[in-house]
Unconditional design. Structure first.
Length: 52
């Protein structure tokens, strides 16, 4: 399951966050970051899913 979340965190960051945390504040923050610019969304998704 972790490898799927990692792949989705890179390809579709909000989906990767939503799978692990649901529609929480982390999801909405990641969605906004991904809409503004893709790279901050990826960094945030990896941070939220694997480093926190």
């Amino acid at each position: 399951m972790q490898i799927i979340i990692l792949i989705l965190s890179i390809l579709l960051p909000p989906l990767g966050v939503a799978l692990k945390h649901g529609l929480s504040n982390d999801f909405w923050i990641n969605l906004i970051l991904t809409i503004i610019f893709f790279v901050p969304g990826v960094i945030h998704a990896i941070y939220v899913n694997f480093l926190r």
